[in-house]
Every structure is written in C-alpha cells, then in structure tokens.
Design a protein around this ligand. Structure first.
Ligand code: SF4
Length: 313
C-alpha cells in the first residue's frame, strides 16, 4: 500500500532537475532538434531570426519528419536567409516553396511567411525583438510577456502590429499558425514560445541574440512531452494545455531558478522525445531517471518519494 505523500512538487525537484541537465546527452538530442538548424546562423542574427521563425513554425509532429521537412524548406531558402527575405520576389509567394508540405502546413503559407518577414523588417528595422518589446508593456511580468508574444503573433500574421497594413492577403489557415495568448481560449502558443526561448536564453543550447529581453520573463513552450512530465512532477494539475497551464508550470519552475525559469525545457522535452521517459512505471527505464524521486508514478512506492523498502517496479 503506497504511503501518503504531500501534494505539490517534491522538495528534491530542483536538485534532481539540475542532475538531469548536468548528465543530459546533448550530443544525442541536439542534432535532432530544429534548433540545430538555427545555430548554424548564430553569427548572423537576422538570418538566425528568419531561420528560427521558419524552424519553430514547422516544429510540430514527429522529430524525424520535422528534420526532413525543415531541411528541404531551408534548401530552398539557400545560404543567405537575410538576403532572400530582403529581396524576396513577393509576387511568387504562392509558388516559391511549391510543392513543399509539412503535415497541414503548406508551401503557400510558408511563402507568405517570408513575405511577412520582409514587411516586418521594413516596419521594424531592429527586427522581431523590436516588435516584441513594443508589445511587452505593463508592470505585471506575465502580462508583459503575453503582450510581447501577442505582438510577435501580429507581426508574423500581418507584417506589422496593425492588421490592415499589407497589400497581400494571407492564404487560408495562415493566421492560425501564429496564435496569441490573448486570443479566446488562451492557447499555449508553444511554437512562438520556443522561438523566443531560442532567441533570448543566454545559455547553451540557446542563442541569446535578443539582449533586450530578460530570460527571467520567459515562459515554457508547452509541448506534449513537457506537459506530461510537468503534470507528473506536480508542477500543474490542469488538464488543458493552454496559456494558464503555461503560466502555472512556469511559476513552479521559477521557484527553482528565478533568473532562468525555463532552463530545463530542452532536457524535459527531449527526455520525452527520445523515449527516456516511457510515460508509465517501467523499472528498466525509470530506474535510471534522475527525476524518479519526484515523479508521481513512483510516489509512495519503493524508489520514489515517500516510498520505503527495496527498489522494485
Ligand atoms: S520516473 Fe519514469 S515515468 Fe517518471 S519521469 Fe522518470 S522516466 Fe518518466
């Protein structure tokens, strides 16, 4: 019979997440992450930003498919993303990437995205960070960050913070690719939060190119793997993967590291992506897991928090 254990994250969580991070096999996981493509442009901030937007937009689905489809998209972009966006043949936006496709994301939508990036850089010579910072207003840090993501979403949708500024109408489904946390239903905006993490965090593997945004204000890009583990680490009990859940998990992580609350995002996501977490009690795999003492599936059992007796499944 499992022993009763207190609610909330285990007191060991911070220490165990740091151990997970310290021992994480980055050379195994990083090459499979879309961030690896963005890192190639780290010496050219504008190109890194462009490739970051493209890579985060297609960061949905199976990791291998993302890798393949992103590689073929970037082959069409060529070696100079900044030059392409500056001189993009706008009349060709529908056909530029044809016949590329990634799941439900179509070539015409990605062509429109290049067009919108060109418009955005005309309106914001300081780049997407300038637009983000223009939207990030107010005294409440969470609302300020949501305002920055909302501004980023509008700029990618319309090329400007104003909806009516472009001559070019977007294709069907385009604006839905860039949700805002202020929209009805308060979506989690995972792909935009992932892009902003890449640009803002100063520590590897992220690029730290947006020096005017404080990493302490970042919020977690909530993919299915991070959400599952966060629930089982008792960082949230919410059942919907939306903005309030993003905020709640981020607040829990902020208590572990106030200056860099989403530092564990990469390792949590790739623990799930790689199969290091089976999402069920399996001693063969969980026996090696650094956060097992904090995992709900093991609480009150031998090998987990509050458990007694010899380790066993
Ligand atoms: S203990 Fe097992 S189920 Fe829990 S997080 Fe670790 S690998 Fe996943």
């Amino acid at each position: 019979m499992p022993s009763p254990v207190p609610r909330g994250p285990a007191p060991t969580l911070g220490e165990d997440l740091r151990a997970l991070e310290r021992d994480f096999p980055y050379p195994r996981s990083l090459p499979t992450d879309p961030l690896a493509q963005v890192q190639r442009y780290r010496r050219d901030a504008r190109s890194a930003e462009i490739v970051g937007v493209l890579a985060s937009t297609v960061a949905v689905g199976h990791v291998k498919t993302i890798q393949q489809d992103l590689a073929s998209l970037l082959a069409r972009v060529g070696p100079d993303p900044r030059g392409l966006v500056e001189a993009f043949p706008r009349r060709m936006w529908r056909t530029f990437f044809h016949p590329w496709r990634h799941r439900w994301i179509r070539a015409d939508q990605m062509g429109m995205l290049l067009l919108r990036l060109g418009e955005a850089y005309e309106n914001y010579p300081g780049g997407l960070e300038e637009a983000f910072r223009e939207g990030a207003e107010g005294s409440d840090p969470t609302e300020r960050f949501a305002g920055g993501i909302d501004a980023l979403s509008r700029v990618l949708r319309y090329g400007s913070l104003r909806e009516t500024s472009s001559l070019y109408e977007p294709p069907p489904g385009y604006t839905a690719l860039f949700p805002s946390p202020r929209a009805p239903g308060r979506p989690a905006c995972k792909r935009e939060l992932l892009f902003v993490r890449w640009m803002v965090r100063r520590e590897a593997p992220d690029l730290g190119l947006w020096r005017g945004v404080d990493p302490a204000e970042l919020h977690i890009p909530l993919d299915t793997h991070v959400y599952w583990i966060a629930r089982h680490l008792r960082l949230t009990a919410r059942r919907t993967r939306n903005w309030p859940t993003v905020v709640e998990i981020t607040e829990g992580l902020r208590r572990l590291d106030p200056s860099d609350p989403i530092r564990f995002d990469f390792v949590l996501a790739h623990t799930g992506i790689s199969g290091d977490c089976p999402k069920q009690r399996d001693w063969e795999i969980c026996g090696r897991c650094r956060v097992r003492p904090d995992c709900d599936l093991w609480r009150g059992r031998p090998g987990g928090a509050g458990g007694a007796g010899p380790l066993r499944a």
